[in-house]
Design a protein around this ligand. Structure first.
Ligand code: TNX
Length: 508
């Protein structure tokens, strides 16, 4: 994805670059190469800066950083901190250089690169205001290994506010995570306004799991959030989960189902839904029992899907539309491959690419699709042969609804009995898989109904997701990671993150 061979060599042969063991530059995710030069540069409480007019997002990020640290600044050519766009720099779309010497110079070919340079600088500084700041003289060259560095929030099982999403986006950005996948629909709730099918939010948005608050995002709110996210270099990817996980849609428009009672197949353990009326909104935690009736009512179902995806594509500018495709365990299982094939055609007609959970490889989908790989045992080889690439979310490493530790209350264990520790997340080696675009940490929310719990499940584990997806394997080292992250505690506190105090971080 980027022509950065030189830089990689420099990092690997150890000439001047610190090795994973000796470094003490507390940046997460760790950069491609860091050379310290000895000595320090003192940043005063009143400085001059120069930003690049064509790079507004990095300029805003720098202003916010200086304001947070009570550093007075004015724009001037002879600046102490310079942000410079240099399109000739061969560092890929997101790479940057950060040099601290007699002053601080951030250089990148894009605004995104400069934005990430500011994030690195931010981590080199304290999180709160001081009289002055001593920074190590150094030269950093950096760019990510993977272009997909994701977090998924399940806002369907339990709704979260726009304010929380904004906070989450800022936190993601500080760790250079760049894809926020919103799981917008599921059995328990429909969270995005669809003007042509208004009952989806009138009825389908009213509930969550266990009688918790419902809610939905208006199209206007979502457009504003997308702009906010893009200013933090985060792209929002919408997921409309189809054809299963659709009880909220079916409760809103009963005719989308085959029968008016729920019939469950033998492999489904969900006794509580069998025989329930289709009209009822669902507030339990079973999966796999619902599906749109594509087999018997194709006209209605494909009209619905096309209407919904057309509005979704109009709201979300993302290159990919996530159409779910997971866990159709009921009587519609036979119709599933054809359904996926047709939905991919709808997505193509909207000029977008398909993203779906791995099961969607059963359909005849385009080779430019992405599949989200969650079950290590799944035979993904045929999809790879078609050229399809993977977003890695193998559940035993990345499912953040599982416990931070063995026995954590209100967590799932189905994929990893002892929970998924920080070290376990970090031990994912994306390089061991083929055709990978990156890594994503899904945080399913059946058991997560407040922001504090969401924070606790996401952090610090998302920092490990960030490092395994940004940093090359030669630069990854769990001990060094925990030391660097441990040193950033103040930064996490400043962002208001109610993280789990992972013992390896030594914060007790
Ligand atoms: C599986 S894996 C799901 C979700 C659940 C989650 C709970 C996958 C694509 N789907 O519907 O929320 O397990 O851990």
């Amino acid at each position: 994805l980027c022509a950065c061979g030189n830089v990689e060599q420099q990092a690997d042969n150890g000439s001047g670059a610190e090795t994973a063991k000796t470094r003490n530059i507390n940046i997460v995710p760790y950069p491609q190469s860091v050379e310290t030069r000895g000595g320090e540069f003192r940043l005063g409480a009143e400085i001059t800066i120069a930003t690049a007019p064509e790079a507004p997002d990095s300029a805003s990020a720098l202003f916010a950083l200086l304001e947070q640290l009570d550093i007075q600044y004015s724009e001037n050519d002879n600046a102490v901190i310079t942000l410079k766009l240099d399109p000739t720099l061969d560092l890929g779309e997101e790479g940057y250089q950060l040099s601290i010497d007699q002053g601080i110079t951030l250089t990148a070919p894009t605004d995104a690169g400069l934005f990430y340079a500011v994030q690195s600088l931010k981590q080199l500084l304290p999180a709160t205001a001081q009289p002055g700041y001593d920074l190590p003289k150094l030269q950093i060259e950096d760019n990510p290994q993977y272009q997909w560095r994701g977090s998924m929030l399940d806002v369907a099982r339990n709704f979260v506010s726009v304010d929380y999403l904004k906070q989450h986006i800022q936190r993601m950005a500080s760790f250079k995570l760049n894809k926020l996948h919103l799981h917008l629909t599921d059995d328990q709730g429909w969270r995005i306004e669809i003007k042509s099918w208004p009952k989806l939010t009138e009825i389908g948005a009213a509930t969550s799991v266990s009688g918790n608050n419902g809610g939905f995002y208006t199209q206007q709110q979502m457009r504003e959030l997308i702009t906010f996210a893009s200013r933090h270099q985060v792209e929002i990817i919408p997921e409309i989960d189809l054809p299963g996980h659709t009880q909220a849609a079916i409760a809103s428009y009963n005719e989308l189902a085959c029968d008016d009672v729920i019939n469950s197949p033998p492999q489904n353990q969900c006794e509580d839904v069998v025989g329930a009326a289709r009209l009822e909104p669902y507030q339990g935690t079973c999966v796999g029992f619902s599906a749109l009736c594509a087999s018997e009512k194709p006209d209605l179902v494909y009209t619905f899907v096309e209407d919904v995806l057309t509005e979704v594509a109009d709201i979300f500018p993302s290159e990919y539309l996530h159409i779910g495709g997971d866990e159709v365990l009921n009587e519609e299982a036979d119709a599933f491959p054809d359904f996926i094939t047709r939905v991919d055609q709808i997505v193509a007609s909207l000029d977008r690419k398909l993203l779906a959970w791995e099961e969607a490889s059963a359909g005849d989908i385009r080779g430019n699709s992405l599949l989200q790989f969650w079950n290590d045992d799944y035979d993904i080889a045929p999809a790879l042969e078609k050229g399809i690439h993977l977003v890695l979310s193998p559940c035993s490493y990345t499912y953040l609804d599982h416990g931070n530790y063995d026995g954590q209350p209100d967590t799932y264990t189905w994929c990893a009995k002892q929970g998924i520790t920080l070290e376990r997340v970090y031990s994912l080696v994306p390089e061991n898989y083929q055709q990978v675009v990156g890594v994503e940490g899904p945080m399913w929310s059946e058991l997560v109904s407040d922001n504090a719990t969401a924070d606790n499940r996401n952090w610090p584990r998302l920092a490990a997701i960030a490092e395994v997806s940004w940093t090359r394997q030669s630069q990854r080292d769990y001990q060094a990671f925990t030391q660097r992250l441990s040193a950033l505690r103040e930064h996490l506190d400043k962002m208001g993150i109610q993280y789990y105090q992972a013992p390896d971080l030594g914060w007790d």
